[in-house]
Design a binder for this molecule. Structure first.
Ligand code: NAD
Length: 503
């Protein structure tokens, strides 16, 4: 990677790159080895206000650009992402830390979303429907809403901005984007490419800075009618509360405590592969990570020994090296939080089977590495089985039968992803029906969403909206119902109905 070191980056407001008005800055530092990635504006309310004003003004023209033309810009953006895929992938291994294959997947998700939403420019379907009155035409159409405040986390630094901004844009909205402070350079690259793809000035703006100074200002700003946030449950609750005054559309994608169920009849080798990928991929820092594994008693011992052996073979290291399986976690406070849950698990009486410590050898001490950690004999109500740890830690829970497995899987406050390994088609279909989650996988781990299906969760994972797929359009549009009367006379609905023939 061409390291940028102490190079200073800026906000992008109304088509111009500018410093924060207060002149303050913060650094983006690699979690892999402590290298400085770049210096970014630590913005405040004034910068947010300027960006919102620019986006509000740009909306008046952007909403009138035909949707297929808006889609063509997204198509071009997808092409630019393909051209830049290797560079963005490499940058992500440095700035965020995930391993090369997963970083490439993160960029690919944005490419897929760009093409999908580009096509949506020629759909954005509404409905036509008969009128109850003669010589009258009825339809419903999707209308853009205005300025969207997009607030994102660091764990999918290219994919998540694409899930929010590309549907928002194709629908005719404008955007003020606040990326996470752990991954500002990836956020900035995303906006640079959107600009290069041909977005008019003011349509997308980026304001760097913290959740309080920048995020909260967006959330409370009267000229930002839509807030889309991916983050923790706690942030989601705060955002919803603070957005209430202006009755905003609030779209929340929050935490998870996802489980993989393994029944006695499962293909255990396949299950182990699925668990490894879901629990330790991205160092467990996915909202869909499998942080619980619910195992039927007959398979428990065999699964435990195979899984522990496989986890101990995983190689920790720099994400940019080919043979690395698990990269660092995002920062020091994440490392400390993850380790505190190891202590909590031990105190609760769970059996630490492997891991449970910070990894330091081979230069890893300059970054934030945690050994893949597995607890056995975990009870469903223990904190390590209830709370989101967001690290490479998973908990094995033993159950008697299918019904108990479903009960335990559902016995948490979140409802994002779920999974079951079984060869019994009847149980698989019952699981599809009974697992309380926005996503269910059969004979695969808890990870693997595709962009054309709705993504999101039930219960405390969100507030009923979905990202991706056609469902995303519901977040970024309002329905308008239109009645066209071509009878030439006043026809009153529910009153001037035609005589029914008598039976
Ligand atoms: P976070 O909640 O700390 O931060 C998310 C974003 O919100 C950041 O940009 C942050 O600056 C901003 N923010 C913080 N406080 C704010 C406030 N009061 N007002 C406005 N903005 C504010 O989350 P994180 O640590 O960046 O990400 C990890 C969390 O995200 C986990 O809980 C994970 O499960 C969740 N996540 C969910 C999904 C999903 O689709 N459901 C996907 C990825 C991550």
């Amino acid at each position: 990677m061409a390291l940028t070191g102490t190079r200073r980056f800026q906000n992008y407001i109304d088509g111009e790159w500018v410093d924060a008005s207060n002149g303050d800055t913060f650094e983006s530092v690699s979690p892999a080895n402590g290298e400085t990635i770049g210096v970014f504006p630590k913005s405040g309310a004034e910068d947010v206000d300027r960006a919102v004003a620019a986006a509000k003004a740009a909306f008046e023209e952007w909403r009138l650009v035909p949707a297929p033309k808006r889609g063509e810009i997204l198509f071009r953006f997808g092409q630019l992402l393909i051209e830049q895929k290797d560079d963005l992938t490499d940058l992500m291994t440095h700035e965020m830390g995930k391993v090369k294959a997963e970083a490439g997947g993160d960029v690919q998700e944005a490419i897929d979303m760009a093409y999908y939403m580009a096509g949506e420019g020629r759909r954005l379907f509404g409905q036509t429907t008969p009128s109850e009155l003669r010589d009258k035409f009825n339809m419903s159409v999707r209308m853009p809403i205005g300025v969207v405040g997009a607030i994102t986390p660091w764990n999918f630094p290219i994919a998540i901005p694409s899930w929010k901004m590309l549907p928002a844009l194709v629908c005719g909205n404008t955007v003020v984007f606040k990326p996470a402070t752990d991954t500002p350079l990836l956020g900035e690259r995303f906006v640079e490419l959107l600009d290069e793809a041909g977005l008019p000035k003011g349509v997308v703006n980026i304001v760097h800075g913290g959740g309080g100074a920048v995020g909260d200002r967006l959330v409370r700003h009267p000229d930002v009618p839509v807030i889309t946030l991916t983050g923790s449950r706690e942030t989601g609750v705060e955002v919803m509360r603070n957005a209430a005054e202006h009755l905003k559309h609030v779209h929340l994608e929050l935490g998870g405590k996802n489980a993989i169920i393994v029944l006695d009849d499962a293909d255990l080798e396949l299950a182990v592969e699925g668990i490894l990928w879901s629990a330790f991929g991205t160092s467990g820092q996915r909202c869909t990570a499998a942080s619980r594994v619910i195992v039927q008693a007959g398979a428990y011992d065999a699964l435990e020994s195979k899984l522990v052996a496989a986890a101990e073979r995983l190689r920790l290291g720099y994400g940019w090296e080919d043979d690395t399986d698990v990269g660092p976690v995002i920062n020091k406070s994440a490392l400390e939080k993850i380790h505190s849950y190891t202590e909590i698990g031990k105190d609760e009486g769970a059996k630490l089977l492997t891991g449970g410590e910070v990894a330091t050898g081979n230069g890893l001490g300059d970054g934030y590495y945690y050994r893949p950690t597995i607890f056995g004999d975990v009870e469903p109500q223990m904190r390590i089985a209830q709370e989101e740890i967001f690290g490479p830690t998973t908990a094995l829970i033993r159950v008697r039968d299918f019904d108990e497995a479903i009960r335990v899987s559902n016995g948490i406050k979140y409802g994002l992803s779920s999974s079951i390994f079984t060869r019994d088609v009847n149980k698989a279909f019952r699981a599809m029906r009974d697992l309380q989650a926005g996503i269910t996988y059969i004979n695969a781990g808890t990870i693997g969403a595709e962009v054309h299906l709705p993504f999101g969760g039930t219960k405390d994972t969100g507030n009923g909206h979905r990202e991706a797929g056609q469902a995303a359009l519901d977040v970024f549009t309002e329905w308008k119902s239109i009645y066209v009367d071509y009878s030439g006379k006043l026809q009153r609905a529910q009153i001037d109905t035609e005589e029914q023939p008598s039976p």
